[in-house]
Design a protein around this ligand. Structure first.
Ligand code: NAD
Ligand code: UDX
Length: 470
């Protein structure tokens, strides 16, 4: 079946960029991205491309070319669903914060709502593509809802998990290592797979397009994220050992990474991984393993999260102990709040948890991030404290310990310590001599990303502490 009309439910970090690239590369296909969030859609339609809701290098150019040609952003989901031959579901699947599976399982309520809406509105057969990251066997649930609540039309459910990383989304989409498409092993299933293969074949070669059964595809996404996060927790675990033995974690990473069986990527020790995916997807994997009565497997993967929490806590503890065992009323400057560079996304950012520990110890946290606003930073902390059950009054008081700036100089002026939480390139090029002269002495730098020139900073007079450096 030749696809002429695509609808995508969810205009977030995945739906927005993936559909923009599909529209760019397939000008003969009309692509409509819809969302319940009116503000988000308005931002996608903003004339000023600087104001798109997702910041990704190269994305504005893609949107400029395709938007209002064959790429449309709308809140009218029903019309878009009705017109589409193929519907992508790219809605959020966060960790459940209530009820059965709270804190572990993926919350599939948004996905289920999509299936019910599609079934209700559809007036023809459709291919439904799971783009969201979902527990293995979710396609079965979707199929049941579509078949039982629909109006007798045929729905073919495919799994097509997204592997893009934020900050490099456009490049990852244009030059994907692979795309993965899972479908039923029936004639209709294979035909549906082929329709999606034909879309990606506009810019990817056949060997970059893998096809599998639905369950393998669903599980491969959780597995990929678990393996990637596991590498970070492994090197972070070793960073703690490096700090007490004078081994250097970057040297160790380089030494093992040059073994082609290990490979060099994802071995950068850090203050801990963040982002909306790793923790959520591993917790989901752990939950699934427990559900299928595989406790040893569950415990194995859970350690990746345990170690990551330890790493964030260890970083905060190091700041407190270095500053003579108290940060009460001290100005600690955070360079960076985003969970990694080149994105405005802060979900599960290590900065949030490090800030929490330090604020608990009485610190004043002064933040500068090139892409993250004060509103977002305060909302992140408020959300965490609400989840922990703090009263409104307590939250108000704690929020008074956070200050956000538009320039790095103001953020670091008269600081007791600077902590690098995100690896933004611009931090490396700052005038560190000037920063030093405006800080309390001894002036501490805690480099949670190992990006700064330690020799240079030490020569200026800073006390520098990196991750995994003796
Ligand atoms: P997001 O929160 O940025 O976007 C999801 C959007 O879906 C929101 O704007 C929300 O309003 C909208 N939505 C919810 N229910 C809806 C409905 N019924 N109809 C229309 N819109 C609806 O989330 P995201 O980061 O884009 O992630 C989406 C999915 O992709 C998740 O399952 C995630 O695990 C997966 N994923 C994310 C990344 C990433 O880097 N962010 C990478 C790969 C996979
Ligand atoms: C991840 C996966 O990489 C991507 O394939 C999937 O689709 C979504 O989840 P993302 O979370 O956007 O992507 O970014 P990623 O580059 O994986 O970084 C995740 C976190 O790990 C960041 O906080 C990053 O700073 C940290 N990280 C990454 C390290 O600490 N060390 C590394 O070596 C690599």
């Amino acid at each position: 079946m030749k696809i002429k009309n695509i609808c995508c439910l969810g205009a977030g970090y995945v739906g927005g960029p993936t559909m923009s690239v599909i529209a760019l590369k397939c000008p003969e296909i009309k692509v409509t991205v819809v969302d319940l969030n009116e503000n988000r859609i308005a931002a996608w339609n903003n004339e000023d491309l600087e104001k798109l809701p997702v910041y990704e290098p190269g994305l504005a150019e893609v949107v400029r070319e395709a938007r209002n040609r064959n790429l449309f952003f709308s809140t009218d989901a029903d019309s878009a669903i009705e017109a589409a031959d193929m519907i992508f579901i790219a809605v959020n699947t966060p960790t459940k914060t209530y009820g059965e599976g709270k804190g572990m399982a993926a919350d599939l309520k948004f996905v289920e709502l999509c299936a019910r809406q599609i079934a209700k509105v559809a007036k023809s057969d459709k291919i439904i593509v799971e783009k969201s990251t979902l527990p293995v066997r979710t396609a079965e649930t979707l199929q049941t809802i579509l078949d039982r609540t629909g109006n007798g039309f045929k729905f073919e459910v495919l799994s097509n998990p997204e592997f893009l990383a934020e900050g490099t989304a456009v490049n990852d989409l244009l030059n994907a290592d692979r795309v993965l498409i899972g479908g039923k092993q029936t004639e209709n299933g294979q035909r549906a797979i082929q329709s999606l293969v034909d879309i990606y074949a506009h810019w990817l070669s056949p060997k970059q397009i893998l096809t599998t059964n639905v369950w393998s595809s669903e599980l491969s996404k959780l597995t990929a994220n678990a393996f990637l996060a596991q590498r970070i927790s492994s090197i972070n675990a070793l960073s703690a050992l490096c700090e007490v033995t004078e081994a250097d974690v970057d040297e160790v990473a380089n030494a093992i990474g040059t073994d082609s069986r290990i490979g060099s990527k994802f071995l950068k020790a850090s203050v801990g991984f963040g982002g909306s995916c790793f923790q959520k997807d591993i917790l989901n994997l752990v939950y699934l393993c427990r559900y299928f009565n595989l406790p040893e497997v569950a415990d194995y993967w859970e350690q990746v999260i345990v170690l990551n929490d330890y790493q964030k806590y260890r970083f905060a503890k190091k700041i407190i102990s270095s500053l003579f065992n108290t940060v009460s009323d001290k100005k600690i400057t955070f360079l960076g709040w985003a969970f990694k560079k080149d994105t405005n996304d802060t979900r599960e950012s290590a900065a949030i948890y490090v800030a929490e520990h330090l604020i608990e110890d009485g610190a004043a946290i002064h933040v500068f991030d090139p892409k993250v606003s004060e509103v977002k930073i305060k909302a992140d902390m408020k959300y965490l404290w609400e989840l922990k059950g703090l009263s409104d009054h307590k939250i108000e008081l704690k929020l008074k310990q956070i200050f956000v700036y538009n320039t790095p100089a103001e953020a670091m002026d008269q600081a007791h310590a600077v902590a690098v939480l995100t690896e933004w390139d611009e931090f490396k090029g700052y005038d560190w001599e000037k920063i030093y002269s405006n800080m309390y002495k001894p002036a501490f730098v805690f480099d949670g990303r190992n990006i700064l020139d330690v020799k240079k900073l030490t020569a200026i007079g800073f006390e520098v502490k990196g991750i995994g450096k003796g």
